[in-house]
Design a binder for this molecule. Structure first.
Ligand code: PHE
Ligand code: CO
Length: 298
């Protein structure tokens, strides 16, 4: 699942600098010439074709059908806020509903954006959503995040007050981490919570991470497969753990509640980054001695 990175690297100059993906030399996919200095742009909703709306509908239906028993309750309850499933939502309409409930907005961006711009938008409670949708032949897998991943995966939990506050705090923490040269450690927290997080329910583990919830295959894998490790949430353990960007995750971290996540990330990370740096990194699939793994659901 390569479609969820926060490892953004600036590339050459166009309107604003586009962003290349990871170490890749591929040109970025979006139209950066039409982006503002803060990397936001118009959604240009009128420009979507009937085929693109239909592709969104098919992606939506496939994922929504999988949610019972796999997605967490908070996500399932909130997904209806996205509005009609048969076409790509208008970001301005969605933002209005979202703003009323949690003071968040969604803003269009041309694609991946630099880390600092991303953190700044989150700290302002503005969630950047890629405006383009994948090609039909990318139905099962798209390398870069598109409007389906960004909207269906990320936006529902922005309707949850505690998670909404966590995302803003993450953005502010990101700006600080940039100054401290700690973005890589903080990116791991985003990866293992916002993108690939699991949460406990009375009926076993469920998914809340956007990378899982927008994935055709990883949703069931992450919740039900006996293969991956499921480790109780531990901030420093997460910051030490490398991750896979081109396969299903080898390890998922499981929170008890969004409040636990918010509370555990509330303290000043400055000394925590120091402590983490003094310890060895952990490979993606490693289980540490004494670590208790959680069972898959069902
Ligand atoms: N408390 C963190 C810090 O001081 C900020 C943060 C909050 C980071 C929530 C991530 C998530 O850096
Ligand atoms: Co994402």
């Amino acid at each position: 699942m390569q479609s969820q990175t926060v490892d953004h690297h600036s590339g050459v100059n166009l309107g604003v600098a586009p962003v290349t993906y990871g170490q890749g030399d591929r040109p970025p996919r979006g139209d950066y010439a039409r982006a503002r200095p803060d990397y936001t742009r118009d959604q240009d909703w009128e420009a979507y074709t009937a085929e693109e709306h239909d592709l969104y509908r098919r992606l939506y239906e496939r994922q929504a059908a999988q949610l019972p028993g796999l997605g967490c309750r908070e996500f399932i309850e909130a997904v209806q806020h996205l509005g009609r499933p048969d076409r790509i939502p208008r970001f301005d309409e969605l933002s209005e509903r979202l703003y009323r409930l949690t003071r968040w907005q969604v803003v269009a961006v041309p694609g991946l954006i630099p880390e600092e711009a991303f953190f700044k938008l989150l700290s302002e409670r503005r969630f950047p959503v890629t405006n383009w949708i994948r090609k039909p032949e990318e139905f099962d897998y798209v390398v870069e995040p598109d409007v389906f991943h960004d909207l269906f995966g990320h936006v529902p939990l922005l309707f949850n007050p505690v998670f909404a506050d966590y995302m803003q705090a993450y953005g502010a923490g990101g700006l600080k981490a940039s100054r401290l040269g700690a973005c890589e450690l903080l990116a791991r927290l985003y990866w293992y919570t916002v993108e690939f997080g699991l949460i406990r329910s009375d009926d076993g583990v469920r998914a809340y991470g956007a990378g899982i919830l927008s994935s055709a295959g990883e949703l069931r894998y992450s919740v039900c497969s006996p293969e991956p490790n499921r480790v109780p949430f531990d901030l420093e353990r997460i910051m030490r753990t490398r991750y896979k960007i081109d396969t299903y995750q080898a390890t998922y971290f499981v929170i008890d509640s969004f409040q636990q996540l918010f509370d555990a990330t509330e303290p000043d990370f400055t000394p925590i980054y120091e402590r983490v740096r003094a310890q060895p990194e952990i490979a993606a699939g490693t289980v540490l001695p004494g670590e208790t793994l959680l069972s898959p659901a069902r």
